[in-house]
Design a protein around this ligand. Structure first.
Ligand SMILES: Nc1ncnc2c1ncn2[C@@H]1O[C@H](COP(=O)(O)OP(=O)(O)OP(=O)(O)O)[C@@H](O)[C@H]1O
Ligand SMILES: [Mg+2]
Length: 262
């Protein structure tokens, strides 16, 4: 007898299409995109520049209405930004309010929902998750890029989202800071089980972090591959990247993207 494991679905995307206005009239940017994201899953999305990754993430976050198809979060259709979804943008230089301390930046999404004491506890919890405990009193201008990005992630986590959407979260960081923050993200996921959908240009980052990697390709963009990574957790920056399964997925992704360029 086998036990059937019921996986809770976070997102259900069905036959999604997006048309946007360009200078030469309306242009189909995304077409026939269908995929599910399981609750607690980490899904990475890769694809060439301009293929429509940010556009897809904006649709998932309810920031852009699709021209066709459906996006269902839990059991509700997405029309506008859902309360339990938070988006982390790539441009962390402009994401923080310079006149507010780190602590008050992190508290930004909590001010109308939590009383002061709980807010303070929540902010401390979020800063600890990203390894910035004790830094709450500083101002953004005194932070390095990596630290500013941690603050943005802490702010996102402070509202205890069910889903975290991230657009190239570590794209602008140096290699060492990037791998440190990848591990911060994996630890956070281990602790909170937040569903994470993120975009990256970096195939290795996609495989290292994800349960599944989706390839967005073509024009208009559509999902051409959905590869489960099948890698054990906890992951390790050296050992995981040397596993045969890792290299196999790396090869498949490389071919899928090469085909899209060719
Ligand atoms: N608001 C908009 N209005 C019209 N066209 C847009 C708009 N936003 C994006 N586009 C176009 O849609 C296409 C996809 O853009 P998108 O930003 O989603 O790509 P991307 O895959 O995120 O690229 P990159 O990797 O460079 O960030 C591009 O051709 C872009 O010019
Ligand atoms: Mg983009």
């Amino acid at each position: 007898m086998s036990t059937v494991e019921r996986t809770e679905v976070a997102y259900e995307v069905g036959r999604l299409g997006v048309r946007l206005n360009s200078t030469d009239g309306p242009r189909q940017v995304l077409r026939e995109i269908s995929f599910d994201v399981a609750a607690g899953e980490i899904v990475g999305i890769v694809g060439r520049s301009g293929v429509g990754k940010t556009t897809l993430l904006r649709v998932l976050g309810g920031l852009l209405a699709p021209s066709s198809g459906t996006v269902i979060l839990g059991d509700q259709a997405v029309h506008g930004p859902p309360a339990d979804v938070v988006v982390v943008f790539q441009d962390y230089d402009n994401a923080l309010l310079p006149w507010r301390t780190v602590e008050r930046n992190v508290a930004l999404g909590l001010e109308s929902t939590l009383p002061r004491r709980e807010r303070r506890a929540r902010v401390e919890w979020a800063l600890r998750l990203v390894g910035l405990e004790g830094r709450g009193g500083e101002y953004p201008r005194r932070l390095s890029g990596g630290m500013a990005q941690r603050v943005q992630i802490a702010r996102a986590l402070a509202v205890r989202p069910t889903v975290l959407l991230m657009d190239e979260p570590f794209g602008a960081l140096d290699a060492l800071t990037k791998s440190a923050l990848q591990d911060v993200l994996l630890n956070i996921h281990g602790e909170t089980r937040t569903t994470i959908v993120f975009i990256t240009h970096d195939l290795d980052e996609a495989i290292y972090l994800s349960d599944r990697v989706l390839v967005l390709a073509g024009a208009p963009g559509t999902i051409t591959e959905a590869l489960p990574t099948g890698l054990p957790r906890p992951r390790d920056q050296l050992a995981t990247r040397e596993l045969p399964g890792y290299l196999r997925v790396r090869h498949q992704l490389g071919e899928a993207l090469r085909a899209d360029h060719g």
